[in-house]
Design a protein around this ligand. Structure first.
Ligand code: PLP
Length: 438
């Protein structure tokens, strides 16, 4: 449903949790929420309780403002030899430096800019396998990976370019490092385990996994999809055992369509996109300078005071989780505080989602990509959860702009809608859960 449709419905006053117009510096001047009749396409005019940050974060207005001169000032092609190009190139260099710093990646870090997290995951997996063909084609990955890893591996299996061992998580969604190591064969060239799971919030011990893999076989490359962790989890990649780490801009307030892959020096990759040789030959194409600068700025801002973020998000997450449990929500093991996945038995999640939306509360059923397609969660299925839990799951996810008022607004709205949506029918009835891929 569009913001316009939401605005057409009558509703009570809500606390401000996110209002793009009120964001400093971007768009029309800040002001109170405007009536629906005066809204035009563009930023949401009304405050909403946005609890879907795992799908995409609210824009970071300051980061966009920093990047703005690269749209209408230093708009040159970074490969051009003249001043406009040199200025753009300087913006890119600074963005890369900031991303490397946020990753704890060291001075000689290689940060290859991509068109997002999906592309970075593809580059990591396909790019690595292409350089290791003679050594082997076996991959170890978890069954709860994001589709950008899962489907890439499956595609490689289909074409005969890879064989994959899928590691099932436990009932809490946690991937056991020992099971990962046990799946290694003489043919293994890559291990790919995501850092923070995007549906359950489980934080996998990717550094422990990397060290265990390296102890067993130092030549195996270890990749982590860090899209839901970056900007929220303290990282020191230079000192750890990982070789490849994926990040995405729009999960931390940068625009959609910008991401990056961190590559440990010495890790060989083949490019997927060939052409002018940009990004050290690993990703040809004129760079998205505006996106990169905004990404660098958003990363610097997100990681400037991680201790304060942790303190705030721990309290907000605890408040949210406790409120959801009080309302009858059933969850599994707790992961990071910014992603909470609970089921309300007897509730169809898509009905609850839209009932909440009518009250200005935005949440998600499974992942954003699965929910619009009406798919049930491959993640909860891989955890071996009962159909009832899988078929009635809602994801609430917090971010840098979340507030206590926002969490309270969501809980109040949920308390109002639950009796009605429960009556609308028991969730999951007649639906077959997708089998676990492990
Ligand atoms: N990996 C994870 C864990 C994600 O949650 C997402 C997006 O939801 C991606 C990868 C894909 O990132 P992007 O949307 O930048 O392609």
């Amino acid at each position: 449903m569009t913001p316009r449709a939401v605005a057409a419905r009558p509703r009570a006053r809500r606390p401000l949790c996110y209002n793009a117009r009120a964001s400093r510096g971007i768009g029309p001047s800040p002001g109170p929420a405007t009536p629906s009749s005066s809204r035009e396409p563009g930023p949401l005019a009304d405050p909403i309780a946005y609890l879907d940050h795992a799908a995409t974060a609210a824009p970071d207005a300051e980061a966009l403002l920093e990047a703005r001169p690269f749209l209408d000032g230093a708009w040159g092609n970074p490969s051009s030899a003249h001043r406009l190009g040199v200025d753009a190139e300087r913006g890119l260099r600074e963005a890369r430096r900031r991303l490397a710093a946020a990753l704890g990646a060291g001075r000689d870090a290689e940060v290859v800019l991509t068109g997002g997290g999906t592309e970075a995951n593809n580059l990591a997996i396909r790019g690595l396998l292409r350089t290791r063909r003679r050594e082997g084609r076996h991959v170890v990955a978890s069954a709860v990976e994001h589709p950008s890893v899962l489907e890439t591996c499956r595609d490689l299996e289909r074409t005969g370019d890879a064989t994959v061992s899928w590691i099932a998580p436990d009932a809490d969604g946690m991937v056991d490092p020992e099971r990962v190591v046990a799946a290694i064969t003489d043919e293994t060239v890559l291990v790919s385990i995501m850092h923070v799971q995007n549906e359950t919030g489980m934080l996998h011990p990717v550094e422990t996994i990397a060290r265990a893999v390296k102890r067993a076989r130092p030549d195996i490359a270890v990749h982590a999809d860090g899209v839901q962790a970056f900007g929220k989890v303290r990282l020191a990649l230079a000192e750890g055992g990982l070789d490849l780490y994926t990040i995405s801009g729009h999960k931390i307030g940068a625009p959609k369509g910008i991401g990056a892959l961190w590559i440990r020096p010495g890790t060989r990759l083949a490019p997927l996109v060939t052409g002018g040789g940009q990004e050290s030959g690993l990703r040809s194409g004129t760079e998205n300078v505006f996106g990169a600068v905004a990404f660098g700025a958003a990363a610097a801002r997100a990681t400037a005071d991680l201790a304060a973020f942790e303190e705030r998000i721990d309290a907000l997450g605890a408040r949210l989780r406790a409120g959801l449990v009080e309302l009858g929500g059933v969850g599994n093991g707790a992961g990071v505080p910014w992603i909470v996945n609970v089921s309300f038995p007897g509730v169809k999640p898509e009905v609850a989602l839209h009932a909440l939306e009518e009250r200005g509360v935005f949440v998600s059923t499974t992942s954003a990509c699965a929910s619009r397609k009406g798919k049930t969660s491959h993640v909860l299925a891989a955890m071996g959860l009962p159909d009832e839990r899988i078929g009635s799951a809602l994801r609430f996810s917090l971010g840098a702009t979340s507030t206590g008022a926002c969490v309270d607004a969501a809980l109040t709205a949920l308390a109002e809608v639950l009796p009605r949506v429960r009556r609308a029918g028991r969730a999951g009835r007649g639906r077959a859960a997708r089998p676990a891929r492990a």
